[in-house]
Design a protein around this ligand. Structure first.
Ligand code: AMP
Ligand code: GLY
Length: 419
């Protein structure tokens, strides 16, 4: 079989890598892919942008691709699945209607309310004065969120009223309206990525992402600076509760709205010290870097899971098989990320790292004149698995130390809650 993966991040490198481990997969195409997928054996990059639907369809038809996996949320929110399905392509990823669960936080909040899914109290505002009046009523800390997709940069957790008012002004000045203003939730976060075939949901191993740029979870929010799996905070009991109270009612409500949701339903959760779960957000695709930590532990061939979602056979699929052990992924980013950063720095040491039993998933990289150079904010996701989190962590940082590029920035404390 041939698979095509849309996207160019670490997530897409990890998906292509995992697909190609299956004897059923002859080749994989990435549109557009990155420096990592360019040199992955069995994989080919085609320089087609993620929102060029006609170009992607042509690549599918020309290469007789059997199924397509959509990595990022952006093309899903633009309706790539609807477009490809109209041309009889098998696609993993929800339709435009389903992708609203990530593309509009207000829409997702309303869906959660209807489904009875536990989530923070919130209100949606289009106008500054009303937003600030609401903030004054609710008090700080409080969370201000851009309704629309903002690549991890549209959420401000304000500790004081002044910060909250400033956040409203800043987000509105950047053109983000409406805003969702939400009560602050304390606790520990977990990412539960569930497969969904429109009828059934089935969660993968839970993961924990480190969203902040700074050690000890401080500083700005990013797309994710590292992740580990399985996250013990989402114990089997919690996971069962997430399935019953979050995933199933969400799917039922999507069905009620006539949305046939096939792909990943990702629940970003806050788990309080009293073990109460609340949904912070839904995403409509695999989490990145979470999936870079999860896939190395997966035993079941990935295409079996993907095809079961597309063909609505998740309910009859045998239980997903996992390797024993623990996985940690550390993101190496460009200096300055998540703000402005430079590109074009030469990367060395990947082979040395890989010789030490770590996986180096590439995100913002490309080949120029036979040199691998940085080409984005998050550059690499270095992942190791071990019998314990401690052993995975030792290995992964040995790998990180093998790799060099000017301005290499990473957190030294990924997995600190479990090590
Ligand atoms: P979101 O994109 O909604 O998941 O928000 C990004 C990050 O902001 C989350 O991963 C949390 O770290 C933080 N966050 C979002 N909503 C809340 C909330 N209600 N309380 C505390 N932290 C939050
Ligand atoms: N790592 C968080 C996300 O993928 O949204």
């Amino acid at each position: 079989m041939k698979g095509l993966v849309v996207g160019n991040g670490g997530r897409e490198h990890a998906i292509a890598w995992k697909l190609l481990q299956s004897p059923q997969i002859e080749t994989c195409i990435c549109t557009p892919g990155n420096g990592g997928t360019a040199t992955l054996q069995g994989c080919q990059n085609l320089d087609i942008p993620i929102d060029d639907f006609a170009g992607i369809l042509k690549a599918v038809q020309d290469n007789r691709v059997d199924f397509v996996v959509i990595g990022p949320e952006y093309p899903l929110s633009l309706g790539i699945t609807d477009y490809l399905q109209q041309h009889h392509v098998k696609v993993f990823g929800p339709t435009q209607a389903g992708a609203q669960i990530e593309a509009s936080k207000a829409w997702a909040k309303e869906l959660m309310l209807e489904a009875g899914v536990p989530t923070a109290v919130s209100q949606t505002f289009r106008e500054t004065t009303a937003a600030k009046t609401y903030i004054a009523e609710r008090g700080a800390p409080i969370v201000i969120k851009a309704d629309q997709l903002a690549a991890g940069k549209g959420v401000i957790v304000a500790q004081t009223l002044e910060e909250a008012y400033q956040a409203v002004d800043d987000l509105i000045a950047k053109g983000f309206t409406p805003l969702v203003i939400e009560d602050y939730l304390a606790g520990e976060e977990a990412s539960v990525l569930a497969l969904c075939d429109g009828l059934t949901v089935c969660s993968l191993l839970p993961a924990q992402d480190h969203k902040r740029i700074g050690e000890g979870d401080t500083g700005s929010n990013t797309g994710g600076m590292g992740a580990y799996a399985p996250a013990p905070v989402a114990s089997p009991d919690i996971l069962a509760e997430v399935t019953e109270k979050v995933l199933k009612p969400t799917l039922a409500t999507l069905q009620k709205r006539g949305i046939d949701y096939r792909g990943v339903l990702y629940a970003g959760l806050m788990i309080s010290p009293e073990k109460q779960i609340k949904v912070l957000e839904f995403n409509c695709r695999f989490g990145d870097p979470e999936i870079q930590a999860i896939l190395p532990l997966l035993e079941t061939p990935l295409e079996e899971l993907i095809l079961a979602c597309i063909e609505q056979k998740l309910g009859v699929l045998p239980a997903i098989r996992w390797k024993n052990g623990s996985s940690i992924c550390v993101v190496a980013a460009s200096q300055g990320y998540p703000e402005a950063y430079e590109k074009g720095k030469v990367i060395t040491g990947i082979e040395t790292a890989e010789a030490q039993d770590v996986f180096v998933f590439q995100a913002g990289t490309q080949w120029v004149n036979h040199q691998l150079i940085t080409d984005g904010g998050r550059v690499l996701g270095i992942t190791a698995i071990g019998e314990t989190f401690q052993s995975a962590r030792e290995k992964v940082y040995q790998g990180v130390n093998c790799i060099q590029f000017a301005g290499k920035t990473y957190r030294r404390d990924i997995g600190y809650r479990v090590c």
